[in-house]
Write a protein that binds this ligand. Structure first.
Ligand code: ADQ
Length: 471
């Protein structure tokens, strides 16, 4: 069996028992344990001057190889092109895109440098799986260094419609770089379709739909590669176990005691402008406006730990949310009731799962999201006998699969308030039917299925990515 090499911007922190975080980290770590292999990426450290060196840690069959970044590289590759250009563009926020040619050069330079660090650690038959928007040029850099291994790429965030991608000045270079991989994975069919549209209409390439769920063949920039949608999943049964156990823990008991029989609406996100938090707060306010009976009878808990706090756009959204939650609470709060509990903390997975299980509505309304694992975790954590209702944005990748949710448009504040009211009042039989539909989907397409399908197609494609004569 060939070794698996995972390359991602950040390597999940690993404790003795495996990764601390959920979803991707757990799914990928399991695969690494099975085949043996390596996880390579940035350590998260920003160094002032000394040239970084690779830190290699062995844990049984899995090697973790991490490396720091010097300040300039961090600024250009991570804060700059990845998070000030690609992140807003790929989340359809053309208004927030910042572009600096030097940052793009830094982005390419860091990709090339990381690739050079990896090359000496590679073996001939390793299969290499690269993750996410920070590393789009990685295959091109490895190819330039003579690497012939199978190379796959999975994009965790949306792939934007061509008209939006065109706002990123080096859009063509990016898509050409993507075409150096052998297999491209997207979260959803609309993302795959957007990529194919770019290839055909902007790059003069061709696409051939694969027969019977096989990946699409893409001919572009003198190469043939394959592309497919692989929606990432969770382990629903494990989350259900965690949730059940967690309800006996102190945080869940405290929450229950402080609710005093009120209904609970729960949201958990990284604090990011793509997550639609301002619209979400306003829709909750609209609910309290329109249905006075809910005042003092429902609490909304928003957990949102800040991320990328050294970037303006993130400082901005944080200020707006503080102001909105303060305004709404000031307007409706009573001596014994705070309508919105807005919390900036990380919680253990078990605590989150238990809070999901205790809540009546899971309120997941991003403006754009590649998938959104919180939506899947929310459904997984429910009590099958008395499940809560998921209110889900149509712009989360998860909405393609979780059709048992109340699907909303996060721009439509009235529509979201209506969905909250519908969710809070939904009869048990309907809640159970919707839950059964969604949990079956989550079991069928769990995170192992996601990973195995991707790796099967990456390995199966041996030979498809032969070089074609340049156009
Ligand atoms: P994210 O944008 O980070 O991921 P999401 O898919 O929701 O979004 O994953 C967040 C994860 O962090 C979830 O597992 C969640 O439970 C956890 N988390 C969030 N807040 C937390 C808190 N306060 N404490 C502890 N844990 C917390 C990117 C893409 C998504 C895509 C994923 C995976 O933006 O669209 O679904 O990758 O591909």
């Amino acid at each position: 069996m060939s070794r698996l090499i995972i390359v991602s911007n950040r390597v999940a922190p690993i404790s003795e028992g495996g990764p601390a975080a959920g979803g991707l980290a757990v799914g990928v770590y399991d695969a690494l344990k099975e085949t043996g292999g390596m996880w390579f990426g940035w350590s998260g450290e920003v160094l002032s001057s000394t040239p970084p060196h690779i830190d290699v840690v062995e844990r049984g069959p899995v090697t973790f190889a991490t490396i720091g970044l010097v300040r300039r590289d961090y600024d250009q590759y991570y804060r700059g092109f990845s998070n000030a250009t690609l992140w807003p563009a790929f989340h359809y926020r053309a208004d927030l895109i910042q572009y600096d040619r030097h940052d793009f050069e830094g982005y390419c330079r860091v990709n090339a440098w990381l690739a050079q660090q990896l090359v000496p650690l590679l073996r001939e038959d390793d299969v290499i799986w690269v993750h996410d928007y920070h590393l789009i040029p990685f295959a091109q850099a490895l190819r330039a260094a003579g690497v012939k291994n199978r190379l796959g790429f999975f994009l965790h965030i949306p792939f934007p419609a061509p008209q939006v991608l065109l706002s990123v000045p080096p859009h063509r270079a990016l898509v050409e770089a993507l075409c150096s991989f052998d297999l491209l994975g997207f979260q959803t069919v609309p993302d795959l379709r957007a990529f194919c549209e770019y290839v055909v209409h902007e790059a003069g390439g061709q696409v051939e739909a694969g027969a019977d769920k096989a990946p699409t063949l893409v001919h572009a920039f003198g190469r043939t590669l394959r592309a497919q949608a692989y929606p990432i999943g969770v382990y629903p049964d494990e989350i259900a176990q965690l949730a059940k156990a967690g309800t006996r823990g102190k945080p869940a008991r405290t929450m229950k005691a402080t609710l005093h029989e009120r209904k609970l609406i729960m949201s958990v996100d990284r604090l990011d402008y793509s997550k639609g938090l301002v619209e979400r707060f306003r829709a909750f306010e609209r609910l309290l406006d329109q249905v006075p009976a809910y005042r003092n009878h429902v609490s909304f808990v928003q957990i949102a730990p800040p991320t990328r706090a050294d970037m303006h756009a993130y400082q901005d959204i944080r200020l707006r949310l503080e102001s909105e939650s303060g305004r709404i609470n000031g307007r409706f709060a009573e001596l014994d009731w705070t309508p919105i509990r807005y919390i900036h903390r990380q919680y253990e997975r078990q605590v989150l799962a238990a809070l999901f299980r205790q809540s009546h509505v899971g309120y997941v309304t991003p403006l754009r999201d590649g998938m959104n694992l919180v939506a899947k975790e929310y459904v997984s954590a429910q009590d099958p006998d008395d499940p809560g209702v998921l209110v889900l944005s149509r712009f989360a990748g998860a909405a393609q699969e979780l059709t048992g949710a109340l699907i909303v448009n996060p721009i439509d504040i009235d529509g979201m308030a209506d969905a909250l009211a519908q969710g809070l009042a939904m009869p048990l039989a309907e809640r159970r039917a919707r839950y059964r539909d969604m949990i079956a989907q989550l079991r069928e397409n769990n995170v192992s299925v996601w990973r195995d399908n991707f790796l099967r197609d990456l390995k199966d494609g041996e030979g498809t990515a032969k070089r074609r004569a340049p156009r």
